[in-house]
Design a protein around this ligand. Structure first.
Ligand code: NAD
Length: 431
């Protein structure tokens, strides 16, 4: 068992999983967070994460009970640790610019408490050059030491996702961007005990761009599918049939279009990636992000069209938004496209939101009972493909609804069958 002491600064989704797996590997681990309630919950051996996270609660209570993980709201509890893992959020502003204030502040704090020969690993997703231009200068200034000479620095971006935090942490490969060879070797000592996956060595800047580029790549692919969906709608074609055919061609892998992209990372990482670009001119990455952001509004527009067809005034309509989480069968709602649809109809119609997984307490009033959410409804907008929606009996749905209008944002239903049963059916990508 290793005898080193390590600190994880920021124990949210990423940091909590890092802290638990470090403690599991035998490191004496302190998790630091400004959220005092979160600190208390962790120290009581309970997980502060509400959604389904296989194995995390059990691991957390075990490592806390064994005394290998403690949480604290005081960075002074982390003097002279062998390693610091910075897992702070790196969000974007309303105008899509990176907000790095929290990371900046904690680089100052870590600089003040760190000792000689330690490792600092930044796991937060970063705009290009943040390690060289911000993190290292702040650590050096506040520690009075030289990076590479007195301490080691790496950027090791995370690849976890909600619902699979521990699985990804233990199995996925990692990119370790090091200031120098020694920094990479120090980091490998820790990361080889966290994951069975391969560890890929590179420099700091390549690691930064790799992380945001891997998410931007996916976002662009989804935007392509969404644009094809919009073309199909106008032309009267079915984008899902087109996708099936496109993917019969070798080396093609068209993604699935839908009512929008949600989540913490895909919605911001493209903006972090392009944030330092000075050249003017077209940007596939930025335009993809804008297009994906438009999809919830487009989906709401389909609902408005359908209500006009049904001769049902919007102001007298009851709209059922089906699915608040952005992921199937999960409770993760950060940047969910459903939010934009709810906002679109707020104050203009009577909106009811259904989700079987999201707990009460979020900003939209929730109806958990499927029948009640659809009773008297004039338009059911399916935003998430929760399994329960796929099993829905269309005849029951028609009986519950006042006006039989379906807007299908996730290709859940067979449009022709819906129309045969007397529904007005509109779907994203279904012309
Ligand atoms: N969530 C994911 O699935 C995921 C996946 C890959 C990468 N990332 C990246 O990892 C980073 C962290 O993401 P997250 O989802 O864990 O964020 P999060 O918001 O869940 O966690 C951040 C934590 O830091 C704490 N915090 C805020 N200010 C602090 C301070 N001054 N000192 C100590 N703690 C402080 C918060 O209370 C919170 O618990 C981000 O850069 C994100 O882009 C996240």
């Amino acid at each position: 068992m290793p005898s080193e002491r390590v600190a994880v600064v920021g124990v949210g989704y990423v940091g909590l999983s890092v802290a638990c797996t470090l403690a599991e590997a035998g490191f004496e681990t302190i998790g630091v967070d400004i959220d005092i309630a979160r600190v208390q919950t962790i120290n009581a051996g309970r997980s502060p994460i509400v959604g389904k996270e296989p194995g995390l609660s059990e691991l957390l209570s075990k490592v806390v009970a064994e005394g290998r993980l403690k949480a604290s709201s005081d960075i002074l509890a982390c003097k002279r640790m062998d390693a610091y893992f910075l897992c702070l959020d790196s969000p974007i502003s309303q105008n899509k610019r990176p907000i790095l204030d929290v990371l900046r502040g904690e680089c100052v704090n870590v600089g003040k408490v760190m000792g000689r020969d330690c490792l600092v690993s930044v796991e937060s997703t970063l705009p290009p050059r943040t390690m060289q231009d911000m993190v290292i200068p702040l650590l050096e200034k506040n520690s009075g030491m030289r990076a590479g000479k007195d301490f080691s620095v790496v950027h090791c971006p995370e690849r976890v996702m909600p619902g699979r935090l521990l699985y990804n942490m233990r199995n996925y490969s990692r990119v370790i961007g090091g200031l120098d060879k020694r920094s990479v070797e120090r980091a490998k000592h820790f990361y080889s005990k966290l994951t069975k996956g391969e560890l890929f060595e590179t420099d700091l800047l390549s690691a930064e761009i790799c992380k945001t580029a891997e998410n931007a790549y996916r976002d662009v692919q989804i935007a392509f599918a969404n644009e094809v969906a919009l073309i199909c709608e106008e032309a009267g074609a079915d984008a899902f049939e087109v996708r099936r055919l496109v993917n019969t061609c070798p080396f093609r892998d068209m993604h699935t279009p839908g009512a929008g992209v949600g989540g913490h990372c895909l919605t911001k990482d493209s903006w972090l990636l392009v944030s330092q670009v000075k050249r003017a001119g077209p940007s596939v990455i930025a335009d993809a992000r804008r297009l994906n952001d438009l999809m919830p509004v487009h989906t709401a527009g389909l609902a408005e069209e359908a209500l006009v067809e049904a001769e049902r005034p919007l102001k007298d309509s009851r709209i059922s938004v089906m699915g608040l989480a952005f992921l199937r069968d999960s409770d993760e709602i950060r940047n969910s496209p459903a939010m934009a649809i709810i906002d679109h109809f707020a104050d203009r119609a009577d909106v009811v939101v259904h989700d079987p997984f999201v707990p009460e307490g979020y900003r939209a009033p929730l109806e958990r009972d499927l029948g009640k959410a659809l009773l008297g409804s004039d338009c059911a907008i399916f935003v998430t493909d929760h399994s329960v929606y796929k099993e829905l009996d269309l005849m029951s749905l028609k009986e519950w609804m006042r006006t039989p209008v379906i807007v299908d944002g996730r290709n859940i239903f067979d449009g022709r069958r819906c129309r045969d049963l007397g529904f007005i059916y509109k779907g994203v990508g279904k012309g």
